[in-house]
Design a protein around this ligand. Structure first.
Ligand code: WTA
Length: 650
């Protein structure tokens, strides 16, 4: 927890933008009364509310007996019901006109394209599910997916779901060591990867990283490799197999297995404030219901939309809003492999024009990059197909929001600023595009089924406009069920801070209209380009270097990335120089991945600590941001340490 319990809010924003009447007229949720009725019912009668939706919007092999049992954190949803996520995303559409509708319109970075209709996707998923069975995969086994953004990634996810295996996707930017850690924590039996993927015209070698990871991941028996780039790879006999060879003769007949509603669908590792990544585990039915409904409500999805979420599937946004939410709704999803600035900074807008994308969902860090690159790029393309814009991942600064509205949305498209987390599974707080008058920088009001509160550190509800801790007072079907292999940690991290509530780790305030303004995380996790990184993990990586005695890592405001990574390092002996700064920067990249590349490395003679030995991060944050520290420093062990650090920074 932070060193102080109240949070000062400095952001004052008064502009509001009512939804265009034409949008409201066609919206899935189109009146304030409709929203109020839904929200109130979900709060007063969650079982009735979610039970009705689950019956109407999901396919069940066996209907559930009860909707909700238990209290947070030990809740069970849809007991007695059996279901399959792959069946819901595929088979049920084949009985309708959607069978020949495009499920995935994919574009590779070099410009190659593929379109998979629902029938095609179903066939490929069935074939690969049979391949997995042939490799000995059984229901409940964990499978690591470490892949580029290619259709095989979606196919592999749905193939796992089809046979009840649990996927654990690792973002392709993570290093071999990070893959090994996650393989070991999940005790993965199989790794699915590719030779490499394309990023800014260069090949990201994934298979080579898997080879290095497997030296330290004893549980992994077999590796399946997609040929994507054609790059050189070493194939280990009897361990490594080519995807195309295994699928060649595989049958396209594979029944989806019935799993219990609470059967785990996937694990996704996310950063926590103590070093070790947390294996967030999601259930099948609750997660699927949440992503299905929120896609309809927030993105106002219609049968003829062309929907593009620019996230990587390696993050929760890609799980929920590229794969499960849209495909469960039978949507057409655009999927792009590469960088937004390859071969030039107009690539995203070229894709919007080419496929006539109507719903576009991206991150504030990307928007800040677009602004920097200049309006000439979006202005070159026809963006008139867009009807709705979304953001996720971190608070969006109002000026970036205004730019998004004016330059990309051409003042026509509502913007949904969606607040949620890996742990929440789906969007929790967001404008509803047909009814919400949006305020730049606010994520609006809670969705039906979401009962948030802003509380002080003793759990008291705070009045409007007072900053505090963002908590959830009621369970929702798509919340995480546990941290894989560590249920105690799950209870401690999310449910011990404020008894009876889920604690999100974010600070926020609620304004007089009930809109939520998220102020960022209150613990030692920093948000780099919309991705949560644990400062502890970066510190551990630094300390693993032979010359480093101690390290403290904090975030600082960064124009494009939101937060940059600032490392304070004390050495065992000797002086630090530029060469060592570079070496340590590279060392962190090797240990964790490019995403965690430090922006600044500062050598310090010692780190400021409290008497109990806790590093005083707030002070370091102030120094990193170049702010004069106004903190109370009387508990500092060595005041001169701080003075020295500050002087050198100026
Ligand atoms: C932050 C991403 C403000 C927040 C889906 C949260 C946001 C963390 C927003 C979760 C938003 C995400 N406004 N902050 N619209 N969306 N965040 O697990 O701090 O990668 O706790 O999930 O990102 O990050 P995660």
């Amino acid at each position: 927890m932070s060193e102080s319990s109240s949070i000062d809010s400095v952001l004052k924003e008064t502009r509001t933008f009512a939804p265009p009447a034409a949008f409201t007229a066609q919206a899935n949720i189109r009146s304030e009364e409709q929203y109020n009725t839904m929200w109130q019912r979900a709060k007063d009668d969650p079982a009735g509310f979610w039970g009705d939706l689950a019956r109407e919007h999901l396919h069940w092999f066996r209907p559930f007996d009860t909707v909700l049992e238990g209290e947070m954190p030990e809740t069970r949803w849809f007991s007695g019901g059996t279901i399959n996520a792959s069946y819901n995303c595929l088979d049920r559409h084949l009985e309708t006109e959607r069978r020949n509708k495009a499920a995935i319109i994919w574009e590779g970075e070099p410009g190659d394209t593929r379109v998979l209709r629902y029938q095609d996707l179903h066939r490929e998923v069935c074939r690969f599910a049979n391949v997995l069975k042939g490799l000995g995969v059984e229901k409940g086994d964990r499978i690591t997916l470490y892949m580029p953004m290619i259709p095989e990634l979606t196919i592999a996810m749905l193939a796992c779901a089809r046979i009840g295996a649990v996927h654990s996707i690792i973002f392709g930017g993570f290093s071999a060591d990070a893959v090994a850690d996650r393989n070991n924590d999940a005790q993965a039996r199989i790794v699915i990867t590719a030779d490499g993927g394309w990023r800014r015209g260069r090949e990201v070698p994934l298979k080579a990283a898997v080879d290095a990871a497997l030296e330290k991941s004893p549980t992994v028996e077999k590796v399946v490799v997609v040929r994507r780039t054609g790059g050189e790879v070493d194939m280990v006999p009897d361990r490594d197999f080519w995807w195309h060879e295994l699928t060649e003769g595989a049958s396209a007949d594979c029944d989806a297995v019935e799993v219990d509603a609470e059967h785990p669908l996937f694990i996704l590792y996310t950063s926590g404030s103590t070093g070790k990544p947390k294996g967030v585990l999601h259930s099948t039915a609750g997660y699927l219901l949440g992503t299905t409904m929120t896609t309809q409500w927030v993105f106002d999805l219609k049968e003829d939309d062309t929907y593009w979420c620019t996230a990587d599937i390696g993050w929760i946004t890609g799980h929920s809003y590229i794969t499960y939410g849209p495909l469960s709704n039978g949507a057409t999803v655009v999927m792009y492999e590469g960088a937004p600035n390859w071969p030039d900074e107009g690539r995203f807008w070229e894709i919007v024009e080419k496929y006539r994308v109507s719903i576009f969902y991206t991150a504030p860090t990307a928007i800040r990059a677009f602004i920097k690159w200049g309006n000439q790029w979006p202005e070159k393309y026809d963006l008139s197909s867009l009807r709705l814009l979304g953001t996720v991942g971190e608070p969006i600064n109002p000026e970036a929001w205004m730019w998004y509205r004016e330059v990309i949305g051409q003042e026509r498209c509502p913007i949904v600023d969606t607040w949620w987390q890996t742990e929440t599974g789906g969007i929790m707080i967001s404008p509803l595009p047909g009814i919400t008058a949006t305020k730049p920088g606010s994520c609006g009001r809670p969705l039906p089924g979401v009962v948030p509160d802003i509380v002080s550190s003793d759990g008291t509800s705070l009045p409007a406009n007072e900053g505090g801790l963002l908590v959830m007072r009621q369970p929702w079907p798509h919340m995480l069920r546990t941290l894989y292999g560590d249920h105690e940690r799950f209870k401690q991290v999310y449910f011990s801070e404020i008894p009876g509530c889920y604690f999100a780790g974010d600070g926020a305030r609620r304004d007089e209209d009930g809109y939520i303004w998220v102020m960022g995380r209150v613990d030692d996790v920093i948000n780099v380009s919309g991705h949560r990184l644990s400062t502890m993990e970066i510190e551990s990586a630094l300390v693993a270097h032979e010359r480093v005695a101690e390290a403290a890592v904090v975030g600082f405001p960064h124009e494009i990335k939101g937060e940059g990574i600032f490392c304070f390092v004390t050495l065992k002996d000797g002086e630090g120089d530029e060469a060592l700064q570079q070496e340590l920067t590279q060392h962190v990249r090797d240990q964790i991945g490019a995403l965690a590349t430090p922006d600044r490395v500062r050598f310090a003679p010692a780190l400021p600590k409290t008497r109990s030995g806790k590093i005083m991060r707030r002070l370091l944050r102030d120094i990193a941001a170049g702010r004069e520290s106004v903190q109370d420093t009387t508990t500092l062990e060595d005041l001169s340490v701080l003075a020295r650090l500050r002087d050198e920074e100026e």
